[in-house]
Design a protein around this ligand. Structure first.
Ligand code: FAD
Length: 447
């Protein structure tokens, strides 16, 4: 439910050679439209497959769907853009490795999500990308970061020597990615997930307590806290706040750490429920099921949650069902900041009548991905109010210093406002001018 852009057409290449040929053809000063690459195009909430601006041609890479190589011992896979997280996770099932999966559909792309700096249950997906195969404007193919060599095995290390080129192609309109080298995480021998509920009055203190556990290394993966509204949106059990805390390691260490957290949670007097979410807990709670599976690298429960959220399976999210918007600011991981962020959501509710949900994803003991979601009916009034709430979220959160790490298609122009140094933005534009003088690639959401 973002404004539909004018798209001239869709090109669906079947091979990397096709992609190179297309980039060669578009490297033409006489062509006024550029290419906008998508992997599976399921960037729901941020504009799905819409380009940021009109007059683009969509380069749909969903047909490049090979898992080119898999090394379970060293922990890497080479995957093309059309490879979904469901498919890669299934290949790893029962092995010593697992994929860092997101909470989105199993039918979303490992490469597309990583390139947009998406967030998995284990960490930010960008940390999983150690190398990229990129086709540049003009058609040249380069490998940046780490890439497997035919005749010798080299350690998996993303930075190489000299200036690191890999980050240039994340959230980027400098090249089209045709494959990625993805880190496969060691699978923990044991996993426990604690569910901790708490009330609004204890929000700040509970967040500070959970921060301490995270800073001290007790928590495995991304600690998640759903508020009442987001739990309701995603079809989960509705309480006030519900945290999911993953603990993993060997059987004995996972049990011991889970026990320490549970004891400390009870002793703090802040939590109204402290429970171990074992396999039988909350069988009807689609959020609890998704979280437990996804921490373990299994997105098998994700599509049930998607259906509960927007009322549609993955293939129909964009044409039917409910409207859905995301706003994704970073917030410091401390009780005061999280309470302030919730206060801003209350203000947006007062001003627009829109109740936004929030899920906290702790990316580290210092930074939270504060996922703001808006669910609405796709009628004129519902859509207009939802977008007004989104605009207010950008304004209020940016004013408080809570700046987003991903943008939607309607707020691409915020990239300049949100960047601390205009000279750095000018440098990015100089790089674009040097690498893509004829505008073969359309300006994206971060241009
Ligand atoms: C219920 C629900 C839960 C969700 N949970 C999560 C979550 O936990 N974490 C999360 O991060 N997101 C989440 N999302 C948002 C979204 O669905 C995912 O981020 C999804 O993975 C993005 O779509 P995609 O994988 O098809 O990527 P695409 O839409 O294909 O790609 C995303 C962007 O990356 C760039 N890009 C893609 N491919 C290329 C390429 N080959 N070369 C150059 N640039 C490229 C483009 O800018 C593109 O717009 C959720 C959405 C819903 C509705």
């Amino acid at each position: 439910m973002y404004r539909p852009r004018f798209v001239h057409g869709v090109i669906k290449p079947a091979s990397v050679k096709d992609v190179a040929r297309v980039l060669e053809i578009f490297d033409d000063p006489g062509l006024e439209c550029g290419l906008q690459a998508v992997s599976t195009g399921r960037n729901w909430g941020l504009g799905s497959r819409e380009p940021a601006r009109d007059h683009a041609v969509t380069l749909d890479l969903g047909g490049l769907d090979e898992v080119r190589a898999l090394d379970l011992d060293k922990g890497w896979a080479i995957v093309e853009p059309g490879v979904t997280q469901g498919r890669l996770a299934a290949l790893l099932s029962g092995t010593s490795r697992m994929l860092n999966v997101t909470a989105s559909s199993a039918h979303t792309s490992v490469v597309g999500n990583g390139l947009d700096r998406g967030v998995g249950l284990r960490r930010q997906r960008v940390d999983d990308i150690v190398g990229l195969e990129v086709v540049l404007p003009g058609g040249e193919t380069v490998h940046v970061g780490w890439w497997p060599e035919q005749d010798r095995a080299t350690p998996v290390y993303a930075h190489g020597l000299g200036p690191s080129l890999l980050p240039l192609f994340l959230q980027s309109d400098l090249g089209v990615v045709t494959a990625a080298a993805v880190r496969l995480l060691p699978r923990p021998e044991a996993q426990r997930v604690l569910r901790l509920a708490f009330g609004r009055d204890d929000l700040a203190a509970a967040v500070d307590t959970m921060r301490r556990w995270t800073a001290q290394g007790l928590v495995g993966g991304v600690l998640k806290v759903y508020d009442l509204v987001s739990a309701e949106f995603y079809g989960g059990r509705v309480g006030e706040f519900l945290a999911h805390v993953c603990v993993d390691g060997t059987e004995r260490s996972a049990d011991a750490v889970a026990e320490v957290i549970a004891e400390e949670a009870v002793a703090s007097g802040l939590f109204t429920e402290v429970a171990l979410a074992d396999t039988d807990a909350a069988p009807d709670d689609v959020v609890a099921r998704m979280v437990r599976g996804a921490y373990a690298g299994d997105p098998g429960g994700n599509d049930a949650m998607l259906h509960a959220t927007v009322g549609q399976p993955a293939e129909h999210v964009d044409d039917k069902g409910l409207g859905w918007l995301f706003f994704l600011p970073l917030v410091p991981f401390d009780g005061e900041s999280v309470a302030l962020a919730h206060h801003l959501l209350a203000r947006i509710h007062d001003e627009t009548g829109v109740r936004a949900g929030c899920t906290v994803n702790a990316l580290s003991s210092d930074v939270i991905d504060f996922v703001v979601s808006v669910k609405f009916q796709r009628d004129t009034d519902g859509t207009e109010r939802a977008h007004r709430a989104l605009d207010r979220a950008y304004e209020l959160f940016a004013e408080a210093g809570f700046i987003p790490y991903r943008l939607d298609v309607d707020h691409a122009d915020w990239v300049d406002r949100l960047s601390p140094d205009p000279a750095a933005r000018a440098l990015a534009r100089r790089l674009k001018g040097a690498l893509d003088p004829n505008g073969a690639i359309a300006p994206g959401r971060y241009a």
